[in-house]
Design a protein. Structure first.
Length: 220
């Protein structure tokens, strides 16, 4: 099952003006690394990274980018980006867009969240309702993200992914140890209960023959 659109941002060059993510990942690190690699001219492109596709449209020096899993295709994400462009230029003036600082227009994140959910849940309806002309995505180039990142960028991203895996493995080991300890104590309690029951049973058996409770008959 496709996850749909999981991350989106609007940026002016390397400066992110607004963003929204539906899942905790290192998408921010990857996208921030490639924003500075995007050429200044108007363009459309899809980057491949792991099992995700990074789609972007650059229009008037503003980058509109979204990430979807590779099962979601490209037509819907680009329709989402076209819709985002139209909503963004209506929401803010040109002066606001050109002078805003990092995350200065993040009030637009609410719109991103709403439209991400809409395009992910109702892909066919969302395409039909997009205003304006959507170019054929078959003409959009697809590149592997490894080709545009510098070696240091790739190393940092790989290290971050490695750290995430190590943290997950540590958490798993910690939970496993706690679970083993829990069951060890449960087994010890069960053994103690069985021993106690055997002792009581033997005592009652002996007491019934020797006199309860002092065992006086067996002492003479």
């Amino acid at each position: 099952m496709s996850l749909g659109i999981v991350y989106a941002l609007v940026a002016r060059g390397p400066i992110v003006l607004a963003e929204h993510s539906t899942t905790p990942t290192n998408f921010q690190q990857v996208t921030h690394a490639i924003l500075s690699k995007i050429p200044p001219n108007d363009s459309k492109l899809t980057y491949v990274y792991d099992r995700y596709l990074f789609h972007y449209i650059q229009s008037n020096n503003i980058v509109y980018l979204c990430i979807a899993d590779d099962k979601f295709g490209r037509r819907i994400p680009f329709a989402f980006l076209q819709d985002t462009i139209e909503r963004f230029v209506v929401a803010f003036t040109e002066a606001e867009i050109t002078t805003a600082q990092s995350m200065g227009l993040n009030s637009f994140a609410r719109t991103l969240a709403r439209q991400m959910d809409y395009f992910s849940r109702s892909p066919q309806d969302s395409i039909q309702n997009v205003r304006g002309e959507i170019s054929q995505v078959k003409d959009v180039m697809v590149q592997n993200i490894e080709r545009v990142l510098e070696r240091n960028d790739r190393i940092e991203i790989l290290i971050d992914k490695s750290n995430s895996l190590n943290n997950a493995a540590f958490a798993f080991r910690k939970r496993s140890t706690a679970l083993k300890r829990k069951y060890w104590w449960r087994n010890q309690k069960l053994v103690a209960l069985v021993v106690f029951a055997v002792v009581v049973f033997v005592y009652l058996l002996v007491a019934s023959a020797c006199g309860f409770p002092t065992l006086s008959k067996c002492r003479s």
